[in-house]
Design a protein around this ligand. Structure first.
Ligand code: GDP
Ligand code: IMO
Ligand code: MG
Length: 431
């Protein structure tokens, strides 16, 4: 029996929320270990749509859910998300949700700084296309050792000095960027006004997880974003500000690396990306429009249209390596139903040479040209299939070809947004 880490193997939005929700039936605890409310995870249960950004997808089933120390936590966004879920019939209580006491907070000044930088960069054509949620600035302050953390909400005697320290840094930045300074009282009020709504959830999460692990509980780690958005392994600088890869599941929850068992890479049957940055197989044409329309490819958090393109086996093969992916959950195969032919990128050409990896440099990433293999499409439908035998032969061929190219097997196959339209090939918890 293994604990399972779910990670995105592309640029995010692979269907992690759906798969975590499905798997959470078999889990005892679900843990978010990085990112923040830049994530947008969609679950569809009997036609009812839940969109989660900060909370682990396990909350919808009422599973013990944990916000780990690797997350950056916006307390006001949490309160809003909990209220939204309550209106949908999902009650978040301190019995169900625990927030690690050592988690760094996202404050309004982080969100503002994110926006100031993106606005300034838009004018010079160098923006990242962030979600503007303050994720990058909050991680900067964490690493810069000046963050306000969740536990600080309980220590009103030491909080003012921490806020002063933070403001010394931020007000210097804001002056430099030509924006008004933030007052100490503003941030104190922002924190004090929300403290009572957060503190009941705050706990010594590493201890809870250690006890659970010793008791043989099944732990499901829910990644956000995707491997190509990882701060080290991704398409830097067009990435998010955290490690999104599987190794972070241990660090970001306060467990040892031995707690990571099976690594499940959530993989879309084609490729999408939101925001700026290289995208070798992007189809800025009717194929991209078809994929976007059929796949409803609009961002959950910002509503932005997602860029769409063919499946890129080079990227996913690399994701298999850097995460130690044991198997993938292949999602959205149904979006390809009815296409006459389907292209798959099997390698790149860079400056006249064939390569089988994504180079690390920004310039080279922008220059690589995809090399495609063209496969015949299928006439029947995979949408809503719940058994392998229901799949058209040509669709099975596509799946098998992908497995071969990326060097990992399909453990789960998803054929619609609905929770139960999922085919189990190998149970990651049993593998
Ligand atoms: P996440 O960020 O990885 O959790 O993914 P998102 O929720 O942002 O985006 C995935 C979208 O695809 C959501 O709208 C899901 O409801 C939907 N989805 C997930 N799996 C499938 C599938 O197999 N087929 C189809 N058609 N849609 C799916
Ligand atoms: P889920 O968990 C897709 C992208 C943003 C931008 C870059 C940096 O739903 O898969 P940030 O706000 O993190 O500083 O933005 O990362 N991005 C995502 N793209 N899915 C996500 O999350 C994303 N979270 C961030 O669009 O390009
Ligand atoms: Mg998403």
């Amino acid at each position: 029996m293994a604990n399972v880490v779910v990670v995105g193997s592309q640029w995010g939005d692979e269907g992690k929320g759906k798969i975590v929700d499905w798997l959470s039936e078999r889990a005892d605890v679900v843990v978010r270990f990085q990112g923040g409310h830049n994530a947008g995870h969609t679950l569809v249960v009997d036609g009812k749509v839940y969109k989660l950004s900060l909370l682990p997808s396990g909350v919808v089933r009422g599973k013990l859910s944990i916000v780990g120390n690797g997350v950056v936590f916006d307390p006001h966004a949490f309160v809003a998300e909990a209220a939204k879920l309550k209106a949908q019939g999902v009650e978040i209580t301190p019995d169900v949700l625990k927030i690690a006491e050592n988690t760094a907070l996202i404050l309004s000044l982080h969100r503002e700084l994110d926006g100031f930088r993106e606005d300034a960069a838009s004018n010079s054509g160098t923006k990242i296309g962030t979600t503007r949620r303050g994720i990058g600035p909050a991680y900067e302050d964490k690493v810069g050792r000046r963050a306000v953390r969740v536990m600080d909400l309980a220590s009103l005697d030491t909080l003012p000095a921490k806020v002063d320290r933070l403001l010394t840094h931020h007000n210097a930045l804001r002056r430099g960027l030509g924006h008004p300074e933030v007052r100490h009282e503003t941030i104190m009020e922002e924190l004090i006004s929300v403290a009572d709504q957060i503190l009941p959830y705050v706990d010594r999460v590493w201890k809870i997880l250690d006890n659970k692990r010793r008791a043989g509980a099944r732990i499901l780690f829910e990644g956000a974003q995707g491997t190509l958005l990882d701060i080290d392994q991704g398409t830097y600088p067009f990435v998010t500000s955290s490690n999104t890869v599987a190794g972070q599941a241990a660090t970001g929850s306060g467990m040892g690396p031995g707690a990571i068992g099976y690594v499940l890479g959530i993989t879309k049957a084609y490729t999408t990306r939101v925001g700026e940055g290289p995208f070798p197989t992007e189809q800025n044409n009717e194929i991209g429009e078809f994929l976007g329309t059929r796949g409803h490819e609009f961002g959950v958090v910002t509503g932005r249209k997602r860029r769409c393109g063919w499946f890129d086996a080079v990227l996913v093969r690399q994701a298999v390596a850097v995460n130690g992916i044991n198997g993938i959950a292949l999602t959205k195969l149904d979006v390809l139903d009815g296409l006459d032919e389907i292209k798959v990128c099997t390698g790149y050409r860079l400056d006249g040479e064939d390569i089988d990896y994504l180079p690390a440099s920004q310039g080279a990433q922008a220059r690589v040209e995809p090399v495609y293999e063209t496969l015949e499409g299928w006439k029947g439908t995979t949408a809503g299939a719940r058994s392998w035998n229901d799949l058209p032969a040509q669709a099975v061929k596509y799946v098998r070809y992908i497995e071969e190219l990326i060097g990992a097997p399909v453990a789960l196959l998803s054929t619609s947004p609905e929770r139960d339209d999922t085919i189990l090939v190998t149970d990651p918890f049993q593998d």
